[in-house]
Structures are given as C-alpha cells and as structure tokens.
Write a protein that binds this ligand. Sequence first.
Ligand SMILES: Nc1nc2c([nH]c(=O)n2[C@H]2C[C@H](O)[C@@H](COP(=O)(O)OP(=O)(O)OP(=O)(O)O)O2)c(=O)[nH]1
Length: 155
Amino acid sequence: MARMTSETLVVDGGGAAQGQPVRPVTEVAVGVLVGRDGRFLLTSRPPGKVYAGYWEFPGGKLEAGETVEQALRRELQEELGISIGPAHPWRDTLVDYPHALVRLHFCKVFDWVGELQMREGQQHIWEHLPVGCEPVLPGAIPVLAWLTEEAAARD
Ligand SMILES: Nc1nc2c([nH]c(=O)n2[C@H]2C[C@H](O)[C@@H](COP(=O)(O)OP(=O)(O)OP(=O)(O)O)O2)c(=O)[nH]1
C-alpha cells in the first residue's frame, strides 16, 4: 500500500513501520529505455531482493563517487549486458520503504548497443501504455503516470 505525503511516497508504512523514521537517503539511478517503436523496458526484480518479482525500470544504487549517469551505465552493463548512450535526466522522487529511504533518479535512454541479456535471472518485457504486467513496484508506478501525461500532451 502506498500513500503520498508532501514530497515522499510512503510504501507499506515506510521507515516508521520499522521504528526508523529517520534514515539516510540511498541514491538510485533508474533507466527508462525507450525503443524506436515507443515501447519501454520493464524488468522483474531478481529472486532474493526485496520486492522480488515486482516489475520495475532497470537500474540500481549509486556507488561512492559515482554520478547518476555513471551508475546507470554500470548497472545496465552488469544487469543487462548493454552499453548505453546518453542518459537524459528526467524526474526524481523520494520513496520511503520499510527497507530503505530511496531517491530515484529517473533518466530516459534512447540509444544503447548490445543484445539484452538477463544476467541476474530477471524477466523483461517491452511495454506500452497501459501496462499489462503486474505487480509493478510502487516506486515505479509514478513513472507510468508521467509517461501517460506525456502521451496525452502529444495527442
Ligand atoms: N531499479 C529500480 N529501483 C527502484 C525502482 N523503483 C523503486 O522504488 N526502486 C527502489 C527499489 C530499491 O529499494 C532501490 C534499488 O535498489 P536495488 O537493491 O534494486 O539496487 P542494486 O541493484 O544496486 O542492489 P544491490 O547491489 O544492493 O543488490 O530502488 C525502479 O523503477 N527501478
């Protein structure tokens, strides 16, 4: 279950549900890969991770000293075996989960080279709106709303 406070999406009670209302922010780089046909890539969270099996946009946590773009480039190479072109910063959100407080830096990516490989046992799907796969990770759901708004503005 998710609810929106002024700036934060609180999921499953957030840190307060764990008795940890104040925590450091974990920075996360996330890629919205958009193909030439307008479809975008969703991947399922690998077994063993929190929210395993939930659909999300590929990405992961920044390592020390990395920029968002560097982290995204590394994560997509590690997880999917592709080398991305430019990462275009798009939107940022703050999500308060029981396991972590995360700031998601969503970037759009239109160019990459390499064949997709699911190196972490995840599944993938090229989706269009409205998406048919479920469950979608709560922190990824706002992206679907932004993509819907963009599509409506184009029509
Ligand atoms: N990749 C990704 N993460 C998301 C999305 N939405 C969302 O809330 N998150 C959250 C879930 C996690 O708390 C965090 C990403 O951390 P992660 O554990 O998947 O990252 P990682 O691959 O670096 O993990 P690890 O090295 O610790 O195994 O961001 C999304 O659309 N994509």
